[in-house]
Design a protein around this ligand. Structure first.
Ligand code: PLP
Length: 412
């Protein structure tokens, strides 16, 4: 971000601050991109190339010896800007971006763990991460141990000398429960084990797990960080040595799940408004959660910054705001959820989250439907048949509440 030529003074006059002094929102817009190197283009260019040409064999060899900027699976200038910016925002030494959030988790596990190793996970996870740790990871001889990390001392009995990593989400998808990053990190580190946190539900604007002792952070960039529901992406952020391994083996030849440069550009564009979007998502979600909680048809509502939330104190310790994700259930249970959701006019029935549009999803209905093609499909531990997950978008809070109320009122 350091601008060097006189020409740049036209738009970057005499900046005395160093990058380290700049605030989060400023870095989300500028960090890692110097227009001077790119024809003064204010927005970063999209490098649509699969390979790079060299002026001589010696130059090609020199690039290969440095770890290679030879081919677009391992290097692209647009994705590199995104990696630097995300690493900076999370307070990490380095970052890697890949094709999706699942690719981020796959790259992490398949690069760092080997046959005979053990992986500890929290018992409730995003449905496809759960499928991966239940169905796929054990096939490679890696033992997966599911633990209730809402009691961090459960780790003590679960860690063995073969444990390589502890992995969990916070907030937890889809329950919006909160796990104590600092407590879990302290217990894992005492036994020499690293922890990786999926911080997708919060984004770095609200929660930076490395500041609380985590070693690695992963994100589905598809969600809040892109924020507009029009691109898939994933990221892993952490120390330079681990990230080097993930780049050199994980991306290069284990998964090959490179992020498209066009998607990197879209995600960089989304990132510019992350700070302000997360403020609005959080404020609206709190208002919606409060309205849901007092509706007579609603049996329970889970939102981290609600006074009734069991983990509110942990949430306030490690998150600056509550984000836009909430879960709730009705007295009318499974059938009530389906009836209510079918009456919604504004809120869209869809999976995914973190978009400008509010999205609602009923895991039990979709899990039942999936059983016809996957016999082993099941709800994650702690997810009831009544649970609906609401990703509160950027619409006016009052409009969302009116839509929810008219749908709920028939169930009173
Ligand atoms: N992690 C969490 C918490 C998620 O909610 C999701 C997707 O919903 C993922 C990871 C996977 O991300 P992607 O859909 O980008 O593969």
């Amino acid at each position: 971000m350091t601008r060097t030529t006189d020409q740049t003074k036209m738009y970057a006059p005499e900046r005395s601050q160093s990058d380290a002094d700049l605030g989060f929102a400023t870095r989300a817009i500028h960090f890692g991109y110097d227009p001077v190197g790119f024809s003064n283009a204010v927005q970063p260019p999209v490098f649509l190339t699969s390979t790079y040409g060299f002026e001589s064999v010696a130059a090609n060899e020199a690039a290969a010896a440095l770890g290679g900027k030879l081919y677009a699976r391992e290097y692209n200038p647009t994705t590199e800007i995104l990696e630097k910016r995300l690493a900076n925002l999370e307070g990490a030494e380095a970052g890697l971006v890949v094709a999706s959030g699942m690719a981020a988790f796959g790259t992490l596990i398949l690069s760092l763990l080997s046959q005979g190793d053990e992986l500890i996970v929290h018992k409730t996870l995003y449905a496809n991460t759960l499928a991966m740790v239940e169905q796929a990871v054990p096939r490679f001889g890696i033992k997966v141990v599911a633990v209730d990390l809402s009691e961090p001392n459960n780790l003590d009995g679960a860690i063995t000398d073969r444990t390589r990593l502890v992995f969990f989400e916070t907030p937890v998808n889809p329950l919006s429960r909160i796990l104590d990053i600092a407590e879990i990190a302290e217990r894992a580190h005492a036994r020499g084990v690293k922890i990786a946190v999926d911080s997708t539900f919060a984004s770095p604007a609200l929660q930076r797990p490395l500041e609380h002792g985590a070693d690695i952070v992963i994100h589905s960039l598809t969600k809040y960080i892109n924020g507009h529901g029009d691109a898939l992406g994933g990221a892993v952020l952490g120390d330079a040595k681990t990230l080097h391994t993930l780049h050199e083996t994980g991306l290069r030849y284990i998964t090959g799940a490179a992020l498209s440069p066009m998607s990197a550009f879209m995600i960089l564009r989304g990132l510019k408004t992350l700070t302000i979007r997360m403020e609005r998502h959080s404020a609206t979600a709190l208002t919606v959660a409060q309205a849901l909680e007092v509706h007579p048809a609603v049996a329970w509502a889970s939102y981290p910054f609600l006074d009734s939330h069991p983990d509110q104190a942990i949430a306030r310790k490690q998150m600056s705001k509550g984000s836009g994700m909430l879960a709730f259930g009705l007295h009318a249970g499974f059938e009530g959820a389906r009836r209510m959701m079918d009456r919604l006019n504004l809120i869209t029935r869809a999976v995914s989250l973190g978009d400008a549009d509010s999205l609602i999803y009923h895991p039990a209905s979709l899990t039942r439907a999936r059983k016809s093609i996957r016999k082993d499909a099941h709800l994650a531990d702690g997810v009831g048949e009544d649970l609906m997950r609401l990703s509160v978008g950027l619409e006016d809070a009052e409009d969302l509440i009116v839509d929810l109320r008219q749908a709920l009122d028939v169930l009173r």
